[in-house]
Write a new protein. Structure first.
Ligand code: SAM
Length: 248
């Protein structure tokens, strides 16, 4: 399979969109209202734990996973770095998309990759595109290990989904933003924390110590990234303001 033969060109995609029946006058108020009701039900019923990809659990919303597919298709990265592996479903999902794009590798970092998870990830057909690194994502030695897999011309996309506290995410942003290439993204997951702080299952610190605060501090000091709201088009996401595009 060759990607150039298989996928529409930019011009073809643009033409194709002319035939898609988009609603030009969206009722944004209605979308926001429904999304907020859906978010509460989604969060309180832990629906993020219901998704599997090729048999392996992913801890995400279906909406966010489809949007991530669009981002991967648009960027066509050579390397995807994800902090926070858990069962590995998200790694296998990204690797599957890369397989269809006929390129790239996913590097998954987790402080603890449990035996049963590791076994299933490693025996999965998509493991040929996956590198697992065990250790804290903010440990410099781990970042050095990651660096060894990146070649000079590689397009790099980063997804942060490990410890979502302010200090940890900020440190991850400081370390991994350097790997991201212009036009690509660093996606900070679970920036929704302050919005769900009063919901069932939320932890006490969600309002005062969260991933969204890390994004705010990072952007104050870094003009190379800006929030891209394109990917919030469904109204529902666990990462509002978390899609950070590298613009310079
Ligand atoms: C929300 S889960 C990841 C879910 C996964 N990305 C998915 O979509 O299915 C968070 C993971 O972060 C890991 N983690 C927590 N602290 C970490 C740290 N300091 N460095 C790396 N990983 C960490 C946990 O062990 C856990 O597996």
């Amino acid at each position: 399979m060759h990607t150039k033969l298989f996928f529409p060109t930019g011009k073809e995609m643009k033409n194709l969109r002319k035939h898609v029946l988009f609603e030009p006058k969206k009722n944004l108020k209605q979308i926001r209202r429904s999304a907020s009701v859906w978010l509460k039900a989604h969060w309180e019923n832990k629906l993020s734990y219901e998704i599997n990809w090729l048999g392996i659990p992913i801890i995400q919303s279906a909406e966010d996973m489809v949007i991530l597919q669009e981002i991967i298709y648009n960027v066509k990265p050579d390397i995807i770095i994800e902090t926070g592996v858990a069962h590995g479903g998200s790694l296998i999902y990204y690797a599957s998309i890369l397989e269809l794009l006929n390129k790239g590798r996913v590097i998954g970092i987790d402080i603890e990759i449990r035996k049963h998870n590791k076994r299933l990830i490693l025996k999965h057909p998509m493991s040929k595109r996956i590198v697992l690194i065990e250790g804290s994502s903010i440990d410099n030695k781990i970042a050095e290990k990651v660096k060894k897999y990146i070649k000079k011309k590689d397009k790099v996309l980063v997804i942060l989904d490990s410890d979502h506290t302010r200090k940890h995410v900020l440190k991850e942003l400081e370390i991994y933003n350097k790997f991201v290439t212009k036009g690509s993204y660093i996606i900070v997951e679970d920036t929704i924390m302050p919005q769900v702080a009063n919901y069932k299952h939320a932890k006490n610190h969600y309002k005062t110590d969260n991933a969204k605060m890390a994004v705010d501090i990072f952007l104050e000091n870094n003009s190379k990234f800006k929030i891209d709201r394109t990917w919030e088009k469904l109204g529902f996401t666990y990462f509002p303001g978390g899609f950070l595009k590298k613009i310079a």
